[in-house]
Design a protein around this ligand. Structure first.
Ligand code: BGC
Length: 766
């Protein structure tokens, strides 16, 4: 063949020129890369990619009923849109990291790599085994979640989240879909185990520590669910009526803190509507509040299958639709082609995605090992869990002491301990340690007859549950049955102490029920507590009840019967060992409640306005406004069973020398804490502030504005904690003027061991 040299040179010159002109992400500016993208590529970029089959949530009454998606059709549509062979789409839908929740879109010619997103708050949720990689395992550590805020320890949380972030990175994931930080408005909220507190300041500080920890690995987070997503009933369309003041002061505050202080890579918009507008379509929420007011620079993605109007979502500042469907694609295309939507809004969303893409391990070509240090992380999980456990009652039963050798262990949860919640907050862990194993590991003898009884019962009941209805994501747990009095009497003769666990399970997709077996004890559970207490206590032996759940149950009927009550939450895969550490006294409990425990459900300010209880499942009015949790109980004099911030220790603490000094931007606060008891322990000190009255704006009696936790103080040891309250923190949202105002007058700073136990006060003028 004869080669025509001049022609070849000419062709080469043209193609080099073309290559030189094609910008690449990381080489050229983001603007240049966006300008080089076709409209189709840009729309695909905001669509995300479909992963595992997932059922969209049930529509709220009045909204169009969503059909279960036909995943093969979705993949076919996507293949057509992206001009890729279907086969490739199907393979891609299983993803590079199998079991991760989603991927981004790649444009190879521009050097754009796809981001990989995986759940969730308690650990990385990916498939533990892969058919195409036999012999390999991808298990992840199940860390505690619901206990994190109860630790009141930001260093501890950051340390744990750093370990969690290492698993994100080493398993090839770019963004962890966590933390979930909505306010715990009502104890029946199904996802409370993932959320942090009824108080925005506590939630915001814990979330900031969490985000800093995860992101210190060079991976991102998605802080969720933005916003005002405080129930699971009809979660994809429920309409929340809330005042701007309550939104700004309570429901958005933790998000604001974390955005300003930790710069999360992404945020996940929530399914619900806010005053009639879907969160993912809310220009006010996403453009005005999040970006203009707080300066957020990252990606906003929808919650999964939040299939609203694609054009409206992207225009409102929701950059990524996870996953986008054909009709959202069509809406975007037609809105832009018809000029209804300015293409620059799409460009902005794409630019946000590209900015985060450039920070990702995938873009940087990070060679992940698939071998995070699971042994070290199990240790972190074990050390974190006890720090949040809350001792609610203790009549000398705990710690066990030297005389306790033989333990009578009752309750299904003692042998099949709940270590995490259900739904996307679940983790595929290699193992879990139940309480019976934890106590045995700690050297205690357990009564074998009780072990046999419970294990047989649990095995038989689990079989029945498996054959029953399809529970989807919710994990049903085996219910306790009434114990045989002679078995309990026999155990009381032999054992030194009784431990009885009460368990509950909740999670994504549904709220808890105001019924026996959920909020209330079942008759069998109440019977068992009474029976075990009478048999053991009549022989001079103590009874300890453990709560093993993400939230709380009705307790007023029975909380004075046992000698001790320890709230152990959902403590992660090392549950049993962590529980045993507190029972034995190896760890002195220092957790304090991140929410108020009411004497009865009706005392919660949201009781009359929670789905179902208000008779209207499609709407909820947040009538209590800013008076959420202790703000209500303290202001209106409603006596709680256990106040916000409450928790006992095996030792006692004295507080002294509260000082409040004006500083450049607010007040420096110090308080000295002394261990006045006989064993080493840690104490969290809470600083509440009561602001001057304003006739136009009711204010809570006091609000949490700072907290600090001591290290391990030896008996007699003391430390001075230094805290800071900024001027901005003292502000209230003035709805009329649409801004924050700080009233002048007297501000009283209070150092307390809980919201009801104020030990020192100091008033300053502003
Ligand atoms: C949940 C999110 C989760 C997402 C991806 C949704 O159903 O609400 O919290 O991150 O699924 O798994």
């Amino acid at each position: 063949m004869r080669i025509h040299l001049p022609l070849l040179c000419c062709m080469l010159a043209v193609s080099t020129n073309l290559i030189a002109q094609t910008p690449r992400l990381g080489v050229n500016s983001i603007e240049e890369v966006v300008a080089a993208m076709t409209l189709e590529e840009k729309v695909n970029m905001v669509m995300g990619n479909i992963r595992e089959y997932a059922v969209p949530p049930t529509a709220a009454p009045g909204l169009p009923v969503r059909e279960t998606p036909d995943v093969s059709k979705l993949l076919k549509d996507m293949a057509e849109r992206q001009n890729q062979p279907l086969q490739l789409m199907t393979a891609f839908s299983q993803g590079r990291v199998m079991g991760a929740s989603g991927d981004g879109y790649a444009v190879e010619r521009l050097g754009i790599t796809p981001l990989v997103y995986a759940d969730g708050p308690s650990g990385v949720r990916i498939n533990p085994l892969r058919p195409n990689q036999p012999g390999m395992e991808f298990y992840c550590t199940a860390f505690p979640t619901s206990t994190l805020s109860a630790s009141w320890d930001t260093e501890l949380v950051e340390h744990m989240a750093t370990a969690l972030g290492e698993e994100v990175k080493e398993y090839g994931v770019d963004v962890l879909l966590a933390p979930a930080i909505n306010i715990i408005r009502n104890p029946l909220g199904g996802r409370s185990f993932e959320y942090f507190s009824e108080d925005p300041y506590l939630a915001g500080r814990i979330a900031t520590a969490y985000v800093n920890g995860v992101q210190s690995n060079g991976v991102g987070v998605s802080v969720k669910h933005f916003a005002i997503n405080n129930q699971e009933t009809y979660r994809n369309g429920i309409n929340v009526f809330v005042s701007e003041r309550a939104a700004r002061e309570i429901y958005l505050k933790a998000f604001e803190m974390v955005v300003r202080e930790a710069q999360p890579w992404t945020l996940m918009s929530s399914y619900n509507r806010i005053n009639g507008v879907f969160a993912s379509e809310s220009d006010w929420l996403l453009n005005k509040v999040l970006r203009d007011d707080w300066g957020f620079q990252g990606i906003v993605m929808t919650d999964w299958w939040a299939e609203e109007d694609g054009a409206r979502q992207v225009s409102a500042g929701n950059d990524l639709l996870m996953p986008g469907t054909q009709h959202q694609y069509d809406e975007l295309m037609s809105a832009i082609r018809s000029g209804r939507m300015d293409e620059r809004l799409l460009d902005k969303a794409v630019a946000n995605i590209l900015r985060i893409t450039m920070m990702s391990p995938t873009f940087k070509g990070y060679k992940y090992s698939n071998k995070p240090d699971l042994a070290a992380h199990a240790k972190v999980a074990r050390e974190t869990a006890p720090e949040g456990m809350v001792l609610l009652e203790n009549n000398g039963a705990l710690p066990f002491g030297k005389m306790v050798k033989k333990v009578a262990l009752f309750g299904v949860g003692s042998y099949d301990t709940n270590v995490g919640g259900s739904g996307s907050g679940d983790v595929n862990k290699k193992y879990k340690v139940s309480l019976d194993e934890g106590l045995a590991n700690a050297g205690y003898m357990l009564l074998p007859e009780l072990g046999t009884y419970y294990k047989d019962y649990i095995a038989a009941e689990t079989e029945i549950l498996k054959q029953g209805k399809d529970y989807g994501w919710s994990k049903p747990i085996v219910q306790d049955k009434a114990l045989d009095p002679s078995m309990v009497a026999g155990a009381a003769k032999k054992a030194d102490i009784a431990v009885l666990t009460i368990g509950r399970m909740a999670g994504e997709g549904g709220d808890r029920q105001l019924e026996k077996g959920d909020w209330y004890l079942t008759d069998a559970e109440l019977n068992n507590i009474k029976l075990v207490c009478s048999e053991f206590q009549s022989r001079g032996k103590k009874v300890v009840v453990l709560l093993n759940m993400g939230n709380i149950i009705d307790m007023a009927l029975w909380n004075k019967l046992p000698d001790a009550i320890l709230h152990t939450w959902l403590p992660g895969q090392e549950a049993g060992n962590a529980m045993a550490d507190v029972l034995s006294g190896k760890v002195n409990p220092s957790g304090k409640l991140p929410f108020t425990v009411a004497a009865k459900y009706e005392d919660y300010p949201s009781a009359a306005n929670f789905p179902y209880s208000n008779g209207n499942v499609a709407e909820v009015c947040y009538d209590e406004d800013i008076f959420v949790g202790y703000r209500h109980f303290d202001t209106f004099g409603v006596e709680p069973l256990y106040p916000f911030g409450y928790g006992l220790s095996y030792t006692t603490f004295d507080y002294s020398d509260l000082t409040v000094r004006p500083s450049a931007n607010g007040f420096d606060v110090t308080v000295t804490v002394k261990n006045s008891g006989k064993v080493a322990g840690k104490e969290s000190v809470q600083i509440y502030v009561s602001a001057p009255a304003n006739p136009h704006m009711p204010k809570p009696e006091k609000e949490l504005k700072a907290f600090g936790k001591t290290g391990l103080l030896k008996p007699g040891g003391s430390v001075t904690l230094h805290m800071h309250v900024t001027r901005e923190q003292l502000a209230s949202w003035n709805t009329l003027d649409g801004g924050w105002i700080v009233d002048s007058g007297a501000y009283t700073f209070m150092a307390g061991a809980s919201s009801s136990n104020i030990l020192l006060k100091e008033t300053v003028q502003l």
